[in-house]
Design a protein around this ligand. Structure first.
Ligand code: PRP
Ligand code: URA
Length: 208
């Protein structure tokens, strides 16, 4: 499935500030949250609707409401947490699951340490959240875990993707539509995205 790469001016503008190494944690967190909200607007563009009737003060109007499956957001710990506030602003009734993964500093392979998902995940439209799609290892594993718990309709949302990560994710999970605020150039020798924004978890939580 072809990934969605955002070109919205508001997203481009905010990305400039998240990339800037002089942006502090408070502003960085706010920007990540705002970009996640704007990206969710695109990621929910094709949700099905059904017609309903509503009494306005003047007459009966035929209008639309969301139909079908409800949403679940699944941030990948830690950095995915930074996107949760933003998406819940748009869909406050969504459920939230958590998957804990960290990249081994030597092998860069993801190591799982936590998984807690809504019991009815198989009936929900699931959106997995992580600001960074680098090698793709973390996203591929997180989506595998969500599928093992029964989820069938899954999207993945990130702030910055590397071409390597997009390729790995699309190959492992061709059924999952990917939404990115930006597609960057390449991974460096430490598997960091270039130009990127550095270590998303450290910048969100002020560690390091
Ligand atoms: C970062 C990021 C992703 C992962 C991406 O997390 O938030 O989860 O790296 O890299 P990948 O595509 O090569 O798997 P990290 O492992 O640094 O953990 P943290 O969020 O706890 O800091
Ligand atoms: N994880 C991050 O936080 N940043 C990168 O560039 C790659 C992985």
């Amino acid at each position: 499935m072809k990934p969605f790469i955002a070109d919205h001016p508001l997203i481009q503008h905010k990305l400039t500030y998240v990339r800037n190494k002089d942006t502090g944690s408070k502003e960085f967190r706010e920007l990540i949250s705002e970009i996640a909200m704007l990206l969710l607007y695109e990621a929910t563009r094709d949700l099905p609707l059904q017609e309903v009737q509503v009494e306005t003060p003047l007459t009966t109007a035929t209008t639309k409401v969301l139909a079908g499956r409800k949403l679940a957001f699944v941030p990948i710990l830690r950095a995915g947490i930074g996107m949760v506030d933003g998406v819940l602003n748009l869909v406050p009734a969504a459920k939230v699951g958590h998957i804990g993964l960290y990249r081994d500093p030597v092998t860069h392979e993801p190591v799982e340490y936590y998984c807690k998902l809504p019991a009815d995940i198989s009936e929900r439209e699931v959106i997995v959240l992580d600001p960074m799609l680098a090698t793709g290892g973390s996203a591929v594993d997180a989506i595998r875990l969500v599928k093992e718990k029964g989820a069938q309709n899954i999207r993945f949302m990130c702030i910055i993707a590397a071409p390597e990560g997009l390729e790995a994710l699309t190959k492992a999970h061709p059924d999952v539509k990917v939404y990115c605020a930006a597609l960057d150039e390449y991974l460096n020798e430490n598997k960091y995205i270039v130009p990127g924004l550095g270590d998303a978890g450290d910048r969100i939580f002020g560690t390091k």
